[in-house]
Design a binder for this molecule. Structure first.
Ligand SMILES: Cc1cc2nc3c(=O)[nH]c(=O)nc-3n(C[C@H](O)[C@H](O)[C@H](O)COP(=O)(O)O)c2cc1C
Length: 243
C-alpha cells in the first residue's frame, strides 16, 4: 500500500460541502487530471461542462431527481460523451465520404467509456486536494430537458455528472464496505455463483430480513419512476445516435 492506494481506499461520496468556492487553480488541476485519463485512440471523445452558474445549478438540482445538495456544491462537472466534433472534423477534412460508416450506437458506448474514465480521474484528483465529489446518475434522465438546458447538439450525451466542493469541517463519511473478492473476482473465466452463494452474498441477517430489504431495494431502484425515466432517456439517446 502507498499514498495513492490509501487515497483510493479512503474515498467516499460527499454530499455536504464547505461554503468556500473551489479556486480556479484547483478546478484547472482537476480538469487537467481528467483529461490525462486513458482514452480510446487518444480521441478524447468527450466534452466537459464546467457548471458555475447558480441558476443552472438550481435547475439541475431539480431536473436530476430533486436532490437539493446538488445546488449547494461549489462546482458541477458534466461529462458528455461527444462524437459531434470528430464527426464534423471527418467531414470537414474530407475523410468521410458519402456512404461511409456513420456514427452509431457502438460509438455511443465507446465514447461513454472515455468520458466516464476521465470523470473518475477527476474524482481521485479532487479527493487528493481535499475536495469531495458525488456522481449524479440522474443527469441521464430527462433527455429533452437536458439537451435544451445545456444546448447539446447531435452526438453529444451527458453521460455522467459530478458535484464537487471542499470537504466540510464536519467529520468525513467513512468509506462504505464492498463485497468480498469471492463474489466479485473470478480467475480467468466467469464462474457463475450457486444459488447458495447468491443467498450468502446478499444476506443482511435473517432470511425474512433479507427478503424484505431486497423487495424495498428493488422498488426503490429498478422498479422506480426515476429508473424507468433513465431507461427511456438512454434508449432515446442511443436511438438518436443510430444512423
Ligand atoms: C453512476 C453513478 C450514479 C450515482 N448517482 C447518484 C445520485 O444521483 N445521487 C447520489 O446521492 N449518489 C449517487 N451516486 C453515488 C453512489 O450512491 C455511491 O457511489 C455508492 O453508494 C457507494 O458509496 P461511496 O461512493 O461512498 O463508496 C452515484 C454513483 C454512480 C457511480
Amino acid at each position: 500500500m502507498n499514498n495513492t492506494t490509501d487515497l483510493l481506499l479512503s474515498r467516499a461520496s460527499c454530499r455536504k460541502f464547505s461554503d468556500t468556492p473551489i479556486t480556479n487553480e484547483d478546478m484547472n488541476a482537476i480538469i487537467q487530471c481528467a483529461k490525462q485519463a486513458p482514452s480510446a485512440g487518444n480521441m478524447q471523445m468527450y466534452t466537459i461542462l464546467n457548471i458555475t452558474d447558480k441558476e443552472l445549478k438550481e435547475r439541475l438540482s431539480v431536473t436530476c431527481d430533486n436532490q437539493p445538495f446538488i445546488k449547494d456544491a461549489s462546482h458541477i462537472l458534466i461529462f458528455c460523451n461527444d462524437m459531434s466534433k470528430w464527426d464534423r472534423a471527418f467531414t470537414l477534412f474530407g475523410a468521410k465520404q458519402e456512404g461511409d460508416k456513420s456514427i452509431d450506437e457502438a460509438d455511443f458506448i465507446l465514447s461513454m467509456q472515455d468520458a466516464i474514465i476521465a470523470a473518475q480521474n477527476a474524482v481521485i484528483a479532487a479527493q487528493s486536494m481535499g475536495i469531495g465529489t458525488c456522481y449524479i446518475g440522474d443527469i441521464m434522465e430527462n433527455l429533452e430537458i437536458h439537451q435544451e438546458l445545456l444546448h447539446l447538439p447531435k452526438y453529444v450525451f451527458p453521460c455522467c455528472m459530478l458535484v464537487l466542493g471542499y470537504f466540510p469541517d464536519a467529520p468525513i463519511i467513512p468509506p462504505h464496505n464492498r463485497y468480498t473478492n469471492k463474489y466479485i473476482v473470478c480467475e480467468n473465466t466467469y464462474k457463475e455463483l450457486t444459488d447458495e452463494e447468491i443467498g450468502e452474498m446478499f444476506s443482511i441477517g435473517t432470511h425474512e430480513e433479507t427478503v424484505s430489504w431486497m423487495k424495498r431495494f428493488y422498488d426503490r431502484k429498478i422498479n422506480s419512476d426515476f429508473f424507468k425515466e433513465m431507461g427511456r432517456s438512454l434508449n432515446k439517446a442511443i436511438s438518436e445516435w443510430k444512423k
